[in-house]
Design a binder for this molecule. Sequence first.
Ligand code: DLL
Length: 438
Amino acid sequence: MGQYFQKEFETMPVEQIRELQSEKLVKQVKHVYDNVKYYRDLMDEKGVKPEDIKGIDDLHKLPFISKEDLRKSYPYGMLATDLKNCVRIHSTSGTTGKRVIAYYTQKDVDMWDECCARALTAAGAGDEDIVQVAYGFGLFTGGAGLNGGSHKLGSLTLPMSSGNTDRQIQFMMDLKSTVICCTPSYAAYIGEVLAEKGYKPEDNHLKAGIFGAEAWTEEMRRDIENKLGIKAYDIYGLTEISGPGVAFECESQTGMHINEDHFVAEIINPETGEVLPEGEKGELVFTALDKEAFPMLRYRTRDICVLTREKCSCGRTFIKMCKPMGRSDDMMIIKGVNVFPSQIEAVLLNEGYAPNYQIVVDRVNNSDTLDVYVEMKDSDFSDKIKDMTRKEKELSGAIKTMLGIKPIVHLVAPKSIARSEGKAVRVIDKRKRLGITI
Ligand code: DLL
């Protein structure tokens, strides 16, 4: 294979990549300092001026941006250009339910689409392929990103969005899709439904799948590959840094190449902020070098990861990140949605419940489940099943409004949830038994 979408960048000698990054960083810092008051204040507070940043070796001098900063600067505080230059937004949920809104100029969208086209090309796609995009479309970046990448490549693009599995399968079979893009859990589910319908893996025309947005294991990779008869590739990204395609896997399936001509990655100690040497485990931090509208400098992803720069058999020179190994905050990803326990707690309090609750997350038949056990106050406790069921439904609806996903709520007797003497165990993530750590 050895196919590249933009060979000159993807195989650029490491020294040259660093020069390119340095050149871009100097310009980008000036752009941000001049146009984003919020970040200018952070720099001033730290006593750093744009002139202090002469290249990539000075990156560590810049202040970090955290999700909290994005929440504080909501909705326009991080915007670095006139709104009239922006052509699109995408969004993700934030810690207190306040969403992070990312803005894109046309140039930003083009750069992002190219990153996704690189990922598709690395998975063997080209203009003769039929790419079924079964990530969600809308505020989520999954659908739009892979859709844009597939267009850049000239593939025939099926903008299916997620869900409606019968229709997915009908299009996949009738139009002979060759590449599918969706979350790994949805891919596994599609595989199951195909088998239930009596299809064998060789009956479909798929050759590759591009799966990401949530944690998945090597076992799950093998399961999906067997069920669909394909090669399964990982893809990583986050809304703040553009979306999918920040990093992507090549045929060697040994970690994801970070698109280093656009993004600089660092690993830091999440407690101290100190930059760690290559090969050490810590929090992944990204600096976007080319973004015009929403230019993140040293954004703390909270993803725990390791970076390695080894010669790759695919010929790409970009550094590789391992699969994210967990998070340095308490964010969970459930059915592809970012969920913080504090969001659920906020709903409970708002609905008049005491904050005695437990969240149980699991993965059953390759699909995430969310159960919330909520203790009732003596005054609310009723022996009428009808009353209890109604209350459970109401609470489930209120949580769905906040998160976008519907939990099963179980109202339980007063004082029945174990009290803890230390940190309360609010979350039981049973997916850990499957090796899934996010
Ligand atoms: O999930 C972007 C995306 C869409 C990536 C489609 C890949 C495919 P957010 O909703 O902002 O963006 O969530 C970002 O998801 O910080 C990670 O914790 C997690 N994540 C993304 N990709 C992977 C992956 C999209 N391949 C957060 N493996 C990130 C594990 C992933 N976790």
